[in-house]
Design a protein around this ligand. Structure first.
Ligand code: GAP
Length: 454
């Protein structure tokens, strides 16, 4: 059953996952803050990615580069010049849109990214597409809109001090490719991963945290020899799917794999495959896997004058490595994970419950300690403090036990431990499973084992 998007957004807000940015000042358009549970989940999602793609992969290492880079980086990468969207304004109500999205929202089978500006304008006129806000047909011509966020470095605000906030984390990796390869004495093939903020002055951000102007990316740049006969593209495409299915437990039916056709490719890409997720508002890009060839390193070699080639010790041949890049937005992946795990269930007693069926290791709290009655509070607090040393735990003694179970289900806590009047005598608590609602008596001394092995 498809759940209404508003319901999920409202749930995430009331449960402390995501708040509107600057809310007490009326908000700032399309900016979102992460509350205690959202930031915990986000941190766990990032470390899950980092473990899978960086730490537990024998070929890869990770780095952390600056948000503001030398502006020449963006000339070399092609972002200054190529990184723009088709902007169109409604003359009547002055609303601003991305012309390609205006078309695609009504004609889902049309890939408007393939149309040039003249073709897009004609399509809008011929098909009598009107302004989604005021229904007027009176649009401006399409103009190019630069997505780079600009600012000034230092006290003087002139052209020589102009710098940009990075629109992707990838370029920091390319710029530090040589240092990383030398310092770690890495041999090809190897990858460099990075997690960090990126900024894009999107014309039409929206759909909650799906498209924002400030977001985080998790990117891997995997370098290999052009003579390497392994199919690294397919290798990383499979890895990404394995991560989505087996680390995040996202359902197979909820995403598809789609290859870009030639006209849709970014300026740097030879081949791109997107994983697209069925969000409640429609299908959208989740994760891109791109073959960037030797484009970026060659460009940086040309513009910086530094030799970025790799010397193959065995053959004595020098070449510029090629690159496969799996790239995903943290918030977009978080949104897919939350939509996928949100469910509503009818209970045998006629009541219903909301559950976030998050993978156990990612849930903000792994355990909730609940005293059955106030008399067990002291013992429960002691147990809670002990568990906090090794687990992400929370404590709740307000309301009846049924309500407390519902509260924990709603935030995805896999286990509730209930301390009751027997606990003092038998040193056991009742452990309730979030998904099956099954209850088991477990000795406190065996809890650690039980919780880590279930
Ligand atoms: N380095 C390649 C690159 O940045 P991209 O397709 O522009 O490629 C990669 O972005 C991923 O970053 C997307 O698949 C998406 O998950 C995320 N992303 C891009 N723009 C975003 C935005 N405005 N808000 C949230 N996530 C975004």
């Amino acid at each position: 059953m498809k759940i209404a998007f508003d319901k999920i957004i409202n749930h995430l807000k009331t449960q402390g996952f995501v708040f509107q940015g600057s809310e007490i000042y009326g908000g700032l358009a399309n900016s979102w803050d992460y509350g205690p549970l959202g930031s915990e989940l986000k941190n766990k999602l990032k470390s899950c990615w980092w473990n899978y793609f960086v730490k537990r992969n024998k070929l890869n290492v990770g780095i952390d580069t600056s948000i503001i880079l030398n502006p020449k980086v963006w000339i070399a990468s092609g972002h200054l010049g190529n990184f723009n969207d088709p902007l169109i304004d409604c003359k009547s109500c002055k609303s601003r849109f991305r012309a390609d999205k205006l078309v695609e929202e009504l004609y889902v089978d049309i890939n408007a990214g393939n149309l040039n500006y003249d073709e897009l304008e004609s399509f809008i006129k011929e098909n009598k597409i009107s302004c989604p806000k005021c229904k007027s047909f009176d649009f401006t011509n399409i103009r190019q809109f630069d997505l780079m966020f600009k600012t000034f470095q230092g006290p003087i605000e002139d052209d020589s001090a102009k710098v940009y906030l990075r629109p992707e984390t990838a370029q920091g990796i390319f710029v530090q490719y040589k240092n990383t390869q030398r310092a770690l004495r890495k041999k090809l093939p190897f990858g460099i991963g990075q997690i960090g903020k990126s900024f894009r002055n999107e014309i039409t951000p929206g759909n909650f945290i799906f498209r924002t102007r400030e977001f985080e990316q998790m990117e891997l740049e995997f370098f290999f020899s052009p003579n390497d006969t392994n199919n690294w593209f397919d290798y990383w495409l499979k890895k990404v799917q394995d991560f989505i299915l087996n680390e995040l437990n996202i359902k197979k039916d909820n995403f598809i794999v789609r290859e870009h056709d030639k006209e849709e490719l970014s300026h740097y890409s030879n081949k791109t495959v997107d994983i697209e997720y069925e969000f409640p508002f429609g299908r959208g890009e989740l994760w891109g896997i791109a073959h960037r060839s030797d484009y970026d390193l060659s460009q940086h070699q040309k513009f910086s004058g530094e030799d970025l080639s790799y010397l193959d010790q065995e053959s004595g041949i020098k070449f510029i490595p090629h690159v496969i890049e799996p790239s995903v937005g943290v918030e977009r992946l978080l949104l897919a994970l939350l939509c996928d795990s949100y469910c509503e269930e009818k209970l045998p007693n006629g009541e219903s419950r909301i559950i976030l069926k998050l993978p156990k290791k990612l849930a903000p709290y792994q355990i909730a300690v609940l005293p059955l009655q106030k008399q067990q509070s002291e013992l429960s607090v002691k147990l809670y403090e002990k568990l906090l040393l090794n687990f992400d735990a929370t404590y709740d003694e307000s309301g009846n036990i049924g309500k407390r179970y519902r509260r924990q289900d709603a935030i995805g806590t896999p286990y509730c431990l209930t301390v009751d009047f027997e606990t003092e005598k038998d040193n056991c608590v009742t452990v309730r499973d979030r998904d099956s609602m099954e209850q088991k008596r477990v000795n406190i001394n065996d809890l650690s084992n039980y919780l880590t092995n279930n």
